[in-house]
Design a protein around this ligand. Structure first.
Ligand code: FMN
Ligand code: FE2
Ligand code: FE2
Length: 401
């Protein structure tokens, strides 16, 4: 049975959620599942804006048939050729024989790679600033390379001020009836998952995301319709402001996130002592994370959120402890920059984690290592406590700047 919602008088949401999925992209834990949005514009022509993942294909096909209400499907716009939005293409081509696929040339080439389908005259290649007339609605396409794939196009409908934003402005998590951000307590319940989605999926490409935001500034946008998560029709400045911060690697939280990697608990002890001192000195919202426990996608997201980061790691076979090594590698891979980092290391015979963490952090852009680097020799000593006090003061100074 179909399950659709009206977006406005001409646009219908045909999406569906997958609550059984454990890992999105087989990489990111999604405890709240994942949603896949697709939209049908019903004008003189009918036009489908993207499709869905295999997991919800059956639901989607039923939704589309219902939403078309007996009409034929004229166009499908493929904003990027990623399987989580394109699984339906072969089924749609066989069911709707007049269907034309509208996409960038690169995306059209990828359709051949994924499906071995020769679209022939069913393919309509579009590029930056091209338009597609549907009757009352005229769609205009804008390139948004690397947000999230190289061939991404986003689509603007000037009639209603709709921005179909592809993966930009997406979120992890299923939709529970409310498809508009104003139908949920978005900041309380969804902001963290929107950040974790952006940072991990697109975070590396801040410059490209900023380019898209700048293109969007020239448009009169009344609604943002992403391919995952909620549609924005109120308070658009909230999500655009967040994207502005994330794309420019600007921290949102003037506080300290402490990440520790500890085998026996002594490095953990140092992390907790530092957290206590910071809180006593008036720093609000200090967070402490065990890198062996919390998924790295969450850690990377928190590192994007916080202004000051502390990496505390035991030495492990002459290396940084595994989870910490993974975290810093991931932060570098996601181009995190403009952060101040404090370091704590530990070793019983040859502590080297601090030196190695410093090398990694200094290889990243616009990163500052805060002195002193606190080095434990197995357990936290009285001298270490004094150094942690000094470090806490330096962090407080930084936050007060
Ligand atoms: C498998 C393994 C490898 C280790 N390798 C090193 C090392 O290369 N150099 C060193 O000084 N300590 C090494 N250690 C010791 C720990 O780094 C050290 O005991 C440290 O104090 C542990 O801190 P923690 O209490 O936070 O786990 C190793 C420990 C283990 C279990
Ligand atoms: Fe994507
Ligand atoms: Fe996607």
């Amino acid at each position: 049975m179909h399950n659709v919602r009206t977006v406005n008088e001409d646009v219908i949401w045909l999406g569906a959620s997958d609550r059984r999925i454990a890992l999105f992209e087989n990489a990111y834990p999604v405890p709240k599942g994942m949603s896949y949005n697709s939209y049908l514009i019903k004008d003189e022509k009918t036009c489908l804006m993207d499709g869905v993942d295999t997991a919800v294909l059956t639901k989607f096909m039923a939704n589309l048939e219902f939403a078309l209400g007996g009409r034929d499907l004229d166009y499908m716009v493929v904003q990027h050729m990623e399987p989580d939005h394109c699984a339906a293409i072969p089924a749609l081509l066989s069911k709707y024989s007049n269907l034309k696929i509208v996409a960038s040339q690169k995306a059209l080439d990828m359709i051949k790679q994924f499906f071995d389908i020769d679209l022939g005259d069913k393919a309509m290649a579009i590029k930056e600033a091209d338009t597609l007339n549907l009757g009352k609605h005229e769609l205009k396409f804008f390139a948004a390379p690397m947000v999230h794939w190289p061939e991404v196009m986003v689509t603007y409908d000037a009639k209603d001020g709709l921005l179909f934003s592809a993966d930009a402005f997406g979120e992890f998590g299923s939709l529970d009836g409310g498809i508009f951000a104003d139908e949920v307590d978005w900041e309380r319940d969804w902001l963290d998952e929107a950040r974790r989605y952006y940072v991990n999926i697109v975070g590396k490409y801040g410059a490209q995301t900023l380019a898209l935001l700048n293109k969007a500034k020239a448009l009169d946008i009344k609604m943002i319709l992403p391919l995952h998560g909620h549609i924005w029709r109120e308070n658009l400045d909230l999500i655009i402001g967040k994207y502005q911060s994330w794309a420019t690697y600007t921290p949102e939280e003037n506080s300290v996130a402490i990440f520790y990697g500890s085998i026996y608990g002594n490095t953990e002890n140092a992390a907790e002592i530092l957290a206590t001192k910071l809180s006593e000195k008036g720093v609000r919202n200090v967070r402490v994370y065990d890198v062996s426990k919390t998924d790295v996608s969450e850690l990377v997201s928190k590192a994007f959120q916080y202004k000051a980061l502390v990496f505390a790691s035991a030495t492990y076979n002459g290396e940084i402890f595994d989870g910490m090594h993974t975290l810093i590698t991931d932060l570098k891979n996601h181009n995190l920059s403009k952060r101040t980092v404090a370091l704590i290391d530990n070793g019983s015979w040859a502590a080297i984690a601090g030196k190695k963490m410093r090398e990694m952090v200094e290889s990243m852009k616009e990163m500052t290592v805060l002195e002193p680097v606190v080095s434990l020799k197995s357990a936290v000593s009285e001298a270490n406590v004094a150094e942690l006090e000094e470090l806490a003061d330096s962090l407080v100074d930084l936050l007060n700047q």
